[in-house]
Design a protein around this ligand. Structure first.
Ligand code: UDP
Length: 236
């Protein structure tokens, strides 16, 4: 029995870079694709949003003198590069996929059409959403929240390098407090870095639960789907 039938998995671009810190690390890509394949074989419907921070970010040093909107478009294109890499990795493993982009690139991908995305999910295809929301001044966390709500996902899973939500960075502070269960309000009040404020607000207003978990721990996604306690749950 699946605990969550339809999920939206959000991975940051940096997760794809792995230890390289930049670009796409093929071992990481394979690892994540394997996790998704396993979850897919359990019967879960999976949508995927990948960031672009490993290639380009609008608010970065490289974009310091640039027009913000121009830089954000570059960031959105970066997410499409990651999405294409992910699509390739999944399909090599025999997982059927569709890529839908928020900005039309019809030779490469379908445009985002909600009903079509849902239909793909029902048919067992992994749907990758590229180009974020298609709008500057947003992030892929917000794109993930928006798409999760639109496709009526049961949950949004934010895959990170740490176990879940802490009151400070556990990679820097060994005494960081871990929250297994926390409300949206507390995340906002304590200014915890789960997702940016726009994304959290969107989840809160639409009562979409968020699980923050370690994506680098093998089998975590499947454990979560089986109903095991994995990571931190953010809810109403
Ligand atoms: N971006 C944007 N609108 C969106 C999503 C992303 O303008 O709806 C741009 C923005 O410049 C952002 C970049 O794409 O910095 C990469 O996305 P993000 O920083 O969310 O990637 P992550 O941190 O998850 O790797």
């Amino acid at each position: 029995m699946l605990h969550y039938k339809r999920i939206l998995l959000k991975l940051s671009g940096e997760a794809l870079a792995g230890e390289d810190g930049y670009g796409i690390n093929s071992a990481m890509l394979e690892r994540y694709a394997e996790e998704i394949k396993e979850a897919r074989e359990m019967g879960a419907q999976i949508a995927l949003v990948i960031g672009g921070g490993n290639i380009f970010r609008g608010m970065s040093e490289a974009a310091a003198n640039m027009d913000r909107v121009q830089a954000d478009y570059m960031g959105m294109l970066a997410t499409v590069i990651n999405a294409l890499a992910f699509q390739d990795a999944l399909e090599r493993k025999g997982v059927f996929t569709r890529l839908q982009t928020a900005i039309k690139m019809e030779q490469m991908a379908e445009p985002f059409i909600r009903r079509r995305a849902v239909r793909h999910l029902e048919k067992g295809r992994v749907v990758i959403f590229g180009a974020g929301t298609g709008n500057p001044y947003f992030t892929t966390d917000t794109a993930a929240s928006l798409r999760a709500i639109e496709i009526e996902a049961d949950i949004i899973v934010k895959g990170t390098r740490v176990q879940g939500v802490y009151d400070s960075d556990p990679e820097k502070n060994s005494h960081a407090e871990f929250f297994a269960d926390i409300s949206y309000q507390d995340v906002i009040r304590k200014n915890l870095r789960v997702m940016d404020m726009t994304a959290i607000t969107l989840c809160s207003e639409n009562t979409l639960p968020i699980v923050v978990m370690n994506m680098n721990e093998k089998g975590n996604l499947s454990r979560l789907l089986r109903g095991e306690k994995v990571g931190s749950l953010v809810h109403g």
